[in-house]
Design a protein around this ligand. Structure first.
Ligand SMILES: [Ca+2]
Ligand SMILES: [Ca+2]
Ligand SMILES: [Ca+2]
Ligand SMILES: [Ca+2]
Length: 875
């Protein structure tokens, strides 16, 4: 195994002796495309509602194959054989198992896990495979992803069923010494023996699919020899001495066939056996040439994309196992992506450095004329069509479906966010991402079997490294999100497969000066005098990164467990790039630590407000070097913010514009705050104001009886007809003093609902009005905010009556009068602060409003005793 994981057997020798009968995993689990920490990140980001995770998850969760009600294709006549009837069933069921496995982990709803198990059990009896082209068996990898996730995160899959499913994948049995040639010849095999040699006779994408199934299967089976078989072949290495050989060569070819202007074609007549482990088109350097050109680029663009993408899918699996396939031959996979997207994107868009479509040619030196490793094709020219077609429908170059394929997130997460390469290196990949985002929003599902899909959920990262809780007895990192319920050990800083310097940490000396624990990394770790490990040799300018999940919006106390030599060292907590503590001196003497064996707890900061979600925490060190050692640190919840509730239901009194009848058509105003969003007017839960005439004001209002901090307003329209009557609405919020705190006009109508993110303004009444024809009908209006009434002080009232703003509207200057000794904050209509708050000293302060875009703003004037908010209009 060419893994970068250093076996840390020494540290664990004692432990290993105690559990000698237990066989430790050879590979990381779960560890195909998603480690446990990756699944943890998905779940936490979805729960926190953070983009793009939230929207991508919405797309996944609404997919038919992600439902626990998915109907499995059960037919005993064909679930034991992989053939031209069952392959589509099996692959679709496999995708459903994969999506349900993700849904299980994210939602915790075991019905999703049980659905995946139903699928595994349906197909665990496959004993024949008549799909003789290896490619077909290369397309089943998603069910293996599902099996890996379920096996390692859910305890309801029976051991005997797991074993049967594993046995099925390698039927009639795995061997690293003997090939079951008779069984292969009679098709009495399942998948491993269909993919184990790749496909030496065809274009590279087909054998690459085989390698993908092999690598996923190897990880699920915890089979290091099988894993290395795929990993070594892709890199062009010879087979392991304890494994069967790779296909021999060279191919025997003659008889030039017709071909076309893009490629020459030859017949194939078997293979010589003169060169063992010959290396066919699956080998990365045989598939992506030194200029980035794909072996299949003279065939068509779709297949080349699939092949390059498949290489990167395996690169992600390998990375999760500690191997740097992404970096093979100086990031060759990225070079392949760049070539592909430059050629295809420049067809549909113009860029400053590529204003016309890029045409790489042999003559220009940008295209390579080369015979592929199967000997069947010789590339002559890059092909914008499908094979030798010249019809319009076979034009592939720059197709939207190709440019929106879900390849971007995973590769940008690696090359951009993990490695931090110069942006020039992934320029075309990022341009492709921008193109896709403009077309479809977040990354979608794409071709069902060939891409991982939904990358904004699965692969988007917050930090270069991955959180770990330690290492197992084989020295493999134990990936797990830092969840803040217990202290985080300083020595368990984020893991990075390559050198973590300037990625997950910065350490001034390349050796681990403490000599313990993570001995192949630069951070200085030693055995702490109180037990466990601590970080030592802490110097100014060094830092350590930990990926953490903040579980709730709320206040937290930040503390460290440390021992100090003197009082001259400082620590700072930085979260997602924001300094949240400032530099804090680590205390020494008195009741604090008095020496490097005197371990104490110290609070670094108290009641720091944090928002929930997965974040990168950096501990940064300054001051004197070697002033203290750090054992662990804690971020403890003091008090979670109260959850917003629907204030309209709890406290609201509704009214509306009426004539003589308070409930026109039976639609009393309070029906829009009865807690029922059913929009069917006949259901008796929809309000209806008087119609009035076109141009007259119609309104509906809820009075919350007190001032509250309003976060969001959801407006539900009626359904089943007349929806367009609720058009062109003005939504206003007024406080108890009658001030309009928020006002915005919305064209169009909710279909069926709108969510207005108010962002926390203090108000008592919400008014919805319009002047278009017909009355206002509302299925429901939800006003979400914290259930904590806010009394506007008398001072507010004084300020309200004394502070004057003029001219209003204004184009350049605004006079703020009688607001001396106040702090003024300026918010836009969405409640976002648009200027740095400033102090007003004089009685008449002049504000230059040319720094604001034209629009409506609110000035909050706070004199320390009370505050008032006033609206201005910048013309
Ligand atoms: Ca060091
Ligand atoms: Ca150090
Ligand atoms: Ca520790
Ligand atoms: Ca209602």
């Amino acid at each position: 195994m060419t893994t970068n994981f250093t076996k840390k057997l020494f540290s664990f020798l004692f432990l290993a002796l105690c559990i000698a009968n237990y066989t430790e995993a050879q590979l990381v689990h779960p560890g195909i495309s998603h480690k446990l920490s990756d699944l943890d990140r998905m779940k936490a980001m979805v729960e926190a509602g953070i983009e793009p995770w939230a929207t991508t998850y919405q797309n996944l969760s609404s997919n038919a194959k992600a439902q626990y009600t998915y109907a499995v294709n059960v037919d005993p006549a064909i679930t034991t054989e992989y053939n031209s009837t069952s392959d589509g069933w099996f692959i679709n069921d496999g995708t459903a198992a994969y999506y349900n496995a993700l849904m299980w982990y994210i939602t915790g709803d075991s019905r999703h896990a049980e659905k995946a198990i139903e699928i595994f059990n349906t197909w665990k009896g496959i004993k024949r495979n008549t799909m003789t082209v290896p490619l077909s068996s290369g397309r089943i990898w998603r069910i293996i992803e599902a099996a890996e996730i379920i096996q390692h995160t859910y305890d309801g899959w029976a051991e005997s069923d797991i074993q049967e499913f594993k046995d099925m994948l390698v039927y009639p049995g795995y061997s690293n010494t003997t090939v079951p040639t008779a069984a292969i010849a009679s098709n009495d095999i399942s998948f491993y023996w269909r993919v184990y040699q790749g496909d030496p006779a065809r274009h590279g994408n087909q054998g690459l699919f085989c390698m993908r199934t092999m690598m996923a299967m190897a990880i699920f089976l915890d089979n290091e020899i099988m894993y290395d078989r795929a990993l070594r072949y892709l890199q062009g290495y010879t087979h392991r001495v304890d494994d069967v050989a790779y296909p021999s060569g060279p191919p025997i070819n003659n008889n030039q066939l017709e071909g076309c202007e893009y490629f020459d074609e030859f017949t194939q007549n078997g293979f010589e056996t003169t060169i063992t482990d010959y290396g066919f088109n699956e080998v990365i350097s045989n598939y992506i040439y030194e200029n980035g050109q794909c072996q299949e680029s003279s065939r068509d663009q779709a297949h080349g994309q699939a092949g390059v993408s498949t290489i990167t899918v395996m690169a992600e699996m390998a990375w999760n196992q500690g191997d740097n396939l992404y970096g093979h031959l100086d990031n060759r996979p990225l070079l392949g992506l760049e070539f592909y997207y430059r050629y295809n994107l420049s067809w549909v868009e113009s860029f400053p450095d590529q204003t016309s479509p890029w045409e790489p040619t042999v003559a220009s030196g940008e295209y390579i004329e080369r015979t592929d490793q199967s000997g069947r094709w010789r590339s002559l020219k890059i092909n914008p069509y499908l094979v030798c077609s010249t019809t319009e429908e076979d034009w592939h170059r720059g197709r939207v479906s190709l440019l929106t394929s879900p390849i971007y997130e995973m590769n940008l997460a690696h090359y951009k966010d993990r490695l931090g390469l110069p942006s020039e290196d992934y320029k075309w990949l990022e341009r492709g991402y921008d193109y896709m985002t403009a077309q479809i929003g977040v990354e979608g599902e794409g071709t069902v079997t060939d891409h991982p899909g939904f990358g904004g959920l699965k692969f988007r990262r917050v930090s270069p490294g991955d959180p770990i809780s330690g290492f197992n007895s084989n020295g493999l990192p134990v990936y797990k999100m830092n969840d803040l319920s217990v202290p985080i050990e300083a020595e368990n800083f984020d893991y990075f497969v390559l050198d973590g310097q300037n990625r997950t940490y910065s350490d001034n000396s390349s050796a681990n000066e403490g000599g313990a624990y993570r001995t192949d990394e630069s951070v200085d770790v030693k055995v702490a005098s109180e037990g466990g490990y601590c970080v030592t040799n802490i110097e100014a300018g060094e830092y350590l990164t930990y990926t953490i999940n903040v579980p709730a919006n709320g206040t937290y106390n930040l503390g460290i467990r440390y021992a100090s030599a003197n009082a001259n060292g400082n620590i700072k907590f930085n979260l997602d790039g924001d300094d949240i503590t400032g530099e804090v001196a680590v205390p020494h003497g008195g009741s604090n630590s008095t020496g490097l064996t005197d371990w104490k707890d110290s609070q670094v900061a108290s009641e720091v407000h944090l928002t929930k979600g997965v974040k990168a925490l950096k501990l940064m060190f300054s001051g004197a070097s070697n002033a203290f050692e750090l054992n662990n640190f804690s971020i403890s919840l003091v008090e979670a913010d109260p959850d917003p509730v629907n204030l309209a239901v709890l406290h609201g009194v509704a009214s509306q514009s009426i004539d003589s009848d308070p409930c026109p058509y039976g639609g009393c105003a309070e029906l829009a705050i009865d807690g029922n969003t059913n929009g069917n007017f006949g259901g008796g839960s929809v309000s209806h104001s008087a119609h009035g005439t076109s141009g007259s004001l119609k309104w509906w209002k809820v009075d919350l009886q007190n001032n509250y901090n309003i976060e969001t307003i959801n407006i539900y329209n009626r359904t089943g007809g007349y929806q367009s009557r609720l058009s062109d609405l003005t939504v206003e919020i007024k406080d108890s003093n009658g001030n309009t705190i928020y006002s915005e006009f919305f064209a169009g109508y909710p279909d069926p609902s709108w969510t207005l993110d108010i962002g926390g303004v203090v108000g008592q009444g919400v008014i919805i009005s319009k002047t278009t024809d017909t009355g206002i009908t509302l299925a429901e209006v939800e006003v979400f905010g914290v259930d904590d009434a806010i009394t506007l002080s008398n001072q507010d009232f004084k300020l309200e009556n004394t502070v004057t703003l003029y001219p209003n509207p204004t184009t350049d200057l605004l006079n703020i009068v009688n607001a001396q000794n106040s702090t003024v904050s300026v918010f836009n209509i969405l409640g976002k602060q648009v200027l740095t708050p400033f102090e007003v000293k004089e009685q008449n302060h002049q504000l230059d409003v040319t720094q604001l875009q034209p629009g409506i703003y609110f000035l909050k004037i706070d004199n320390g005793f009370g505050a008032v908010t006033k609206k201005i209009i910048r013309k």
